[in-house]
Ligand binder design. Structure first.
Ligand code: HEC
Ligand code: HEC
Length: 332
């Protein structure tokens, strides 16, 4: 065989899934979308990681991004439905995981943030979160910390800490928090038919077909984010016969039809990210499955095609088992 033909064969192997097989952590995921103007470099990522874990960034010196997005708890907090912010009051919403946030078209439960860069100063300045009075105050504080000396300059071609570089470093780190390669991915995309047991496969069929979950928690041809990136009201956390307590997507669009709608969350690593829903009102995946089996909650804008599913006890166990097979490889 000529050298050219060998090269050709090699290229074909790469095309046919080789790229994902080479990195099991990315199996089942689309390419990571890096925005123009914020390429990923090791120096930037190292700086972003240091910032993400640094409690000195909060006004009271006691809270970091990682306080609410804790790597030990699936990059969220499992202990509270709505984590207490700086004042000690519970926040309005349940903290989503930052794992795979890189793939979201719009961030936050209401989709109100266009990018990880745009979001970074939000929690820093929010009076209920890290409660800083101004970005300038934070940047001055960082500049005075000896352990940051030279880090911004190394990551940003000689430029010191600025509002933009701070946000870019944090976002660059967040784009390394990628997690695919779950047992589902190995079964569905990797062709490993031993990756899911019989009960999980039964749950997968229910998820894709009879229970209708995949209509919103989508699986595409070559990857799966388990979200349609759209906003729906499934009736979670709505008081009986009441209006939704949280206006959700309405905050962004001002359209009455969007009241009570939230972005479909990805279900990757969902076994690690309890409690569930925008308000953390469901404690376990079994409760989530029961909630959908009843046809969701009751709410004025609820999706009209959510209806009671009539699942058997075995079906429900299988569906929950399938959701637990979506836990991926953890970023190192
Ligand atoms: C006090 C707890 C708390 C702290 C501290 C905190 N967050 Fe969050 N985070 C939340 C909550 C709650 C939400 C959801 C808010 C919403 O959707 O309205 C959220 C949402 C996010 C999201 C959106 C994820 C998605 O899927 O839409 C990202 C990204 C994020 N935070 C990053 C950060 C970064 C970076 C920091 C530090 C600068 C930080 N957070 C600090 C609680 C916190
Ligand atoms: C109409 C679209 C839609 C359908 C169908 C749907 N979901 Fe959801 N799912 C959502 C939305 C939107 C949320 C967030 C709702 C909220 O927070 O109020 C959600 C939340 C969840 C959560 C919580 C995730 C988290 O991180 O908090 C789980 C688990 C879940 N759905 C599983 C399922 C299962 C299992 C099915 C099938 C029985 C299903 N969903 C059907 C749209 C849908």
């Amino acid at each position: 065989m000529t050298r050219a033909r060998l090269a050709c064969l090699f290229a074909l192997m790469l095309l046919c899934g080789g790229a994902t097989a080479a990195d099991p952590m990315k199996l089942g995921l689309p390419p990571i979308p890096y925005p123009a103007g914020n390429s990923s470099t090791p120096d930037k990522v190292a700086l972003g990681k240091k910032l993400f874990f640094d409690t000195r960034l909060a006004a009271d010196g006691k809270m970091a991004c990682a306080t609410c997005h804790d790597p030990e708890e699936g990059f969220t907090t499992n202990g509270s439905a709505t984590h207490p912010g700086s004042g000690g009051w519970p926040l309005k919403r349940n903290a989503p995981t930052v794992l795979n946030a890189a793939f979201e078209q719009a961030l936050l439960w209401n989709g109100g943030m266009p990018s990880l860069e745009a979001l970074a100063w939000g929690p820093m300045l929010n009076a209920e979160e890290m409660a800083n009075l101004s970005a300038t105050a934070v940047l001055e504080r960082i500049s005075a910390l000896p352990d940051y000396a030279g880090m911004f300059e190394r990551a940003f071609a000689g430029a010191g800490a600025s509002k933009a570089s701070f946000a870019q470093a944090i976002a660059a780190y967040e784009r390394t928090l990628i997690s695919g390669g779950s047992r589902f991915d190995r079964w569905w995309f990797g062709g490993d038919k031993s990756a899911l047991n019989a009960e999980e496969q039964r749950g997968m069929l229910l998820f894709m077909f009879r229970a209708g979950c995949a209509q919103c928690h989508k699986v595409e041809q070559s990857y799966a984010l388990f979200s349609d990136g759209k906003y729906h009201d499934v009736g979670a956390g709505v008081p009986a016969a009441g209006r939704p307590a949280d206006p959700g997507r309405w905050e962004v669009t001002g359209e009455e039809e969007d009241r009570g709608k939230f972005r479909t969350p990805s279900l990757r690593n969902v076994a690690l990210t309890a409690p569930y829903m925008h308000d953390g009102s469901l404690a376990t995946l079994e409760e989530v499955v029961d909630f959908y089996d009843k046809g969701g909650g009751v709410s004025p804008n609820k999706v009209e095609w959510l209806y009671p599913l009539g699942l058997s006890a075995g079906d429900k166990r299988a569906l929950a088992a399938f959701l637990k097979a979506l836990t991926g490889e953890m970023p190192r």
